[in-house]
Design a binder for this molecule. Structure first.
Ligand code: ITT
Length: 199
């Protein structure tokens, strides 16, 4: 291993993906909550970058470890970018992933495929003793007519990756981790880490 980083997240799906995305770079990833209860970081909702930075700063301030924070969301054009920054809480604090998916499908009922375009956005913040960095990844697609597939988490069963015409939940983690918004953002962070931090 070339080094170790700590991800400030309570989302198990994210953590699993980030571990897989960074492992070919020989960077090991642990949840910050394994070493310290850094509490829940309040997301101010102004931008993905600010939310990601607030998470990473909290991790670094509390532990002194190289910390990564990540904020992501699904932007649906027909809904003027919703749920976007509010993807995690959309539909109410207690809405399950299934509830969120049902709500989205309901709002898009009868909308033709060419108007169902959407994108996943992921912003990663890195905080370490020499500074702060931001990396961004986007994956374009559209919203399916119904949920399909079992893999992944969150909105994966309704997000279609156009080159394949299948949802991320159908395509599976290996495929998703090659092309996703998260993969695009975290691979940039890995290149930075190898170049500037672990050498
Ligand atoms: P942390 O803040 O603890 O990291 P969170 O789940 O609250 O976890 P976000 O605030 O970044 O994370 O919310 C992102 C939400 O967007 C997430 O809960 C999913 O509902 C959705 N989302 C993001 N990336 C996704 C992906 O790859 N697949 C499916 N849904 C995704």
């Amino acid at each position: 291993m070339k080094g170790e980083v700590y991800l400030v997240t309570r989302n198990e799906g994210k953590l699993r993906e980030v571990k897989d995305i960074l492992s070919p770079f020989s960077i090991s990833v642990r949840s910050i909550y394994e070493v310290c209860d850094v509490g829940t970081v309040e997301e101010k909702g102004e931008s993905y970058a600010l939310n990601a930075l607030l998470k990473a700063r909290r991790g670094f301030e509390k532990t002194g470890k190289i910390s990564l924070g990540e904020d992501s969301g699904l932007e649906v054009d027909y809904l003027e970018g919703a749920p976007g920054l509010y993807s995690a809480r959309w539909g109410g604090e207690n809405a399950s992933p299934g509830d969120k998916i049902s709500l989205l499908l309901e709002l898009l009922q009868g909308v033709p495929q060419q108007k169902r375009t959407a994108r996943f956005v992921c912003v990663v913040a890195l905080v370490w003793e020499r500074g702060e960095e931001i990396f961004r990844g986007v994956c374009e697609g559209y919203i399916a007519e119904e949920a399909r597939g079992e893999a992944g988490f969150g909105y994966d069963p309704i997000f279609v990756f156009p080159p394949e015409g299948k949802t991320f939940a159908e395509l599976g983690s290996e495929f998703k981790n090659r092309y996703s918004h998260r993969s695009r953002a975290f691979r940039q962070s890995a290149e930075f880490l190898l170049r500037e931090v672990f050498h």
